[in-house]
Design a binder for this molecule. Sequence first.
Ligand code: ZN
Ligand code: ZN
Length: 305
Amino acid sequence: MSTVIPRQSGYVQTNLETVKATPEELYANKQFRLYSGLKWLNISVILAMHLMALAALFTFQWDSLLVMVVLYTWAGMGITLGYHRMLTHRGLILHPIARFVIHLGACLSMQGPPLKWALTHRIHHACSDQPGDPHSPIDGVFWSHMLWLGAGRDTAIEASLQRKYIPDLANDPLCLFFTRTYLLWNILLGLILLWLGGISWLAWGMFLRVVLGFHMTWLVNSATHIWGYRNYETPDRSRNLWWVALFTFGEGWHNNHHAQPTSAYHGHRWWEIDLTGWMVTALCTTGLAHRVVGPKVFKRERLKY
Ligand SMILES: [Zn+2]
Ligand SMILES: [Zn+2]
């Protein structure tokens, strides 16, 4: 019989006992989160987007496919280059115009406002595959892939973790602007697509594109902590997985990333194609990016093989 964990008790239930927990563990622990309730907003949005994406099956047009590819690339780069490598890990600094464009793309991915994304991801790096990791496959493959998004969270604990993990972002004007206007941009894009291309553009450019983006990001949390090879002996279970890297513009080289989190380049061998890294180089060449953190010298003795 499972023990009921009092809300905000500071304790979590393990398989064998109830133990004192850190705020990170309370924030991430599966049983504690489920006891805190469900995040109906997340669940509703994810379910609705999947259902509406089915409309794409009946409304195919070549121009809709093109619109989807363009928006998938913009939103995907927004996540990988913007939310992840720039905001969360401070791997580069972008010119204000490029920063705005890339932030906007990230918002259009519908993966949440910037501060929440950065907070979750910094905690993931601090507690990778340990108690406190918000989405480790150790807690279940589907938990790490998507179920963790639907479980409740204690707002007081979240506020304390925000103070600890993202003090540098809390007052960032652009982060605050996009946190406030996050929903507005998505509604605006939906209306523009409907106006310009009807249901087909909306289904492909919004619903299907967002759902594909969801699963690609989620695969980085699930699949690249399960399958693939390792270049570095990191203390976590991160792996390099080529097919995830292909569709996530380089994020699938996840073991490289865990070994050198601040690097703006995730492909460390010549065949590890990292489209986001190529974009970083292009932005540097045109003067739109600077203070780029590169990968440390690749030392063969550190390799597993
Ligand atoms: Zn990871
Ligand atoms: Zn990261």
